[in-house]
Ligand binder design. Structure first.
Ligand code: MSP
Length: 512
């Protein structure tokens, strides 16, 4: 059976990871974990993009070499994955032999078959974006869009991939397939394709850029960084070997909106077409995080160190915030205030409160294990009714990448569990000797525990560590598959619950 194969973009290895990188990994991880829980065999690839001008420029600015820089930065991204509980199966570096060999074999093959030709490029080049830009892109006052940074005029001999030849095929493919999620972004691609596309310049003379994968048929050149980087998605899963079909075609490339058009939606499907490989099944495109309404940027210093942040507040809390706040596809704003608001309201006061109430009451009233739920009145029926609705809606939200809603609905249910506890007031029932009150007391605790067990299954993709902890407190093994675990049951009857635990300690205010 083919794996569910999912990737992130590979991040430029020219600096420490920032919140945008962290988000993309968390988002992809939530999908990967959800798919595993739903019973699929998953292969999840992430990694870093080590070539190109950005790396060369940063290394030069730091008075070091690209090798030294990327070797220093690579472990930071590996560490990011580890500290955010990212469940990637592999981590690819584009400097690895397995990758370089595939890139060179593809270049040679395309050259041998006339798909790559040599030509002269004369025009303008954006140093920041590492791409050629067209005269028509100039603004009215003659300057270039800010996005391009410094634009210089150049003329040089280069190799070109016959991208234009595939334009009609690509348009047809996009008209027949829901390729880009969310759908409105697919329209942007078709809009771009209304104009004729140019052939893609896939080489850079070593005299200008000595860092990259050498072109096998002309050692004066290295490959354009995007041509190299996109290939990671197939070199990372054994392209050219029998193992390749275990993963390809990829189910989702998860990327940010800035790298959809043209690299992932135009270059990549056409490159694959040219080498006779099936296109990706889909691209999942997320929006951008801003910091307090402003763009994160290395130049303004406006950024958050996700590793430090996760160390301070807990990886799962950060994962929860990123998932809960971002409607995949849209942009979102990150501020410490918003984060602490969610942390306190949802995690500490709703989930944390439910867990500590339950453990407290169960420790005091059923030290030998939870008793059966024997009372079935309105509060119990309401709760079970809400679970069955929540179940259906949340599964659907997960399936449709509406993770913010999946979390919202799960927390509505957790809030309802707290409300149920307040209606039944087990702390009062515990003081009564009336057998009817004792039945109600044990029913309440059993239902609170069962409700928590169920809600916790939906927390697992987003907060894996917390979810495992809650399972431990309920005397259950960590959740591996949802199958058979999502219906209201008496599975916890007789279970002794764990001792008092604070899942979400009050975060320390600055300077405390
Ligand atoms: N190296 C290329 C990708 C090559 S993929 C074959 C690249 N690297 S990047 O480091 O600039 O960006 C990596 C990913 O992080 C991209 O998907 C990008 O959209 C994402 N993000 C970068 N900043 C971001 C935010 N502020 N918010 C959310 N994601 C953002 O592009």
């Amino acid at each position: 059976m083919k794996n569910f194969y999912i990737t992130t973009a590979i991040d430029y290895a020219n600096g420490a990871p920032h919140l945008g990188h962290a988000y993309e990994k968390v988002l992809t991880d939530v999908v990967a974990r959800y798919k595993r829980l739903a019973g699929e065999q998953v292969h999840f690839l992430t990694g870093i993009d080590e070539h190109g001008q950005k790396v060369v420029q940063t290394a030069a600015a730091q008075g070091t070499t690209p090798e030294e820089l990327t070797n220093r930065v690579a472990p930071m991204f590996v560490e990011l994955c580890k500290c955010l509980n990212i469940s990637n199966d592999d981590f690819i570096r584009t400097s690895e032999k397995r990758h370089k060999d595939v890139v060179q074999a593809i270049l040679q093959d395309l050259h041998d078959r006339g798909e790559i030709y040599k030509g002269t490029y004369h025009g303008y080049y954006s140093v920041r974006q590492e791409q050629f830009v067209l005269e028509k892109e100039r603004l009215e006052d003659g300057s270039w869009p800010e996005l391009y940074g410094e634009v210089v005029e150049i003329e040089e001999e280069n190799y070109f991939f016959q991208l234009s030849k595939y334009q009609d095929w690509l348009i047809g493919f996009l008209k027949e397939n829901a390729f880009v999620v969310p759908a409105f972004r697919q329209k942007q691609v078709l809009e771009f394709l209304k104009e004729p596309v140019n052939d893609l310049c896939i080489s850079r003379p070593k005299s200008r850029l000595p860092w990259g994968i050498e072109i096998p048929f002309d050692t004066e050149y290295v490959t354009f960084v995007w041509f190299d980087a996109l290939i990671n998605y197939i070199s990372g899963v054994g392209y050219g070997t029998d193992k390749f079909s275990e993963n390809w075609p990829v189910d989702y490339h998860v990327i940010g909106k800035d790298i959809l058009v043209p690299p992932h939606s135009v270059y990549w499907p056409c490159m694959l077409k040219a080498i006779g490989v099936e296109p990706p099944k889909a691209l999942l495109v997320h929006g951008w995080w801003h910091l307090g309404g402003q763009k994160m940027s290395k130049s303004t210093g406006l950024k958050i160190d996700p590793i430090e942040f996760a160390d301070t507040y807990g990886a799962d809390s950060l994962r929860y915030f990123l998932t809960r706040e971002m409607n995949v596809g849209q942009d979102s704003d990150f501020t410490l205030e918003l984060f602490l608001g969610r942390y306190n309201a949802d995690l500490a006061n709703t989930l944390g409160n439910l867990v500590s109430r339950l453990l407290n009451m169960a420790g005091r009233n059923c030290p030998d294990g939870l008793k059966a739920a024997t009372v079935e009145e309105n509060p119990e029926q309401d709760l079970k009714g809400l679970w069955s609705q929540t179940h259906d809606v949340v599964v659907q939200c997960y399936e449709q990448f509406q993770f913010h809603l999946a979390m919202e609905k799960t927390f509505v249910f957790i809030t309802a569990l707290n409300r149920y506890a307040e209606i039944r007031a087990p702390w009062k029932l515990a003081k009564s000797d009336d057998p009817a009150d004792q039945e109600k007391l044990h029913t309440t605790l059993a239902n609170m525990a069962e409700g928590l067990r169920l809600a916790n299954a939906f927390l697992k993709p987003v907060m894996p560590e917390i979810s495992d902890k809650i399972c431990g407190l309920l005397g259950q093994p960590p959740i591996e598959r949802w199958d058979g675990l999502l219906n209201w049951s008496n599975r916890l009857e007789g279970q002794v619950l764990g001792g008092k635990t604070i899942l979400f300690p009050r975060p320390q205010a600055e300077g405390e």
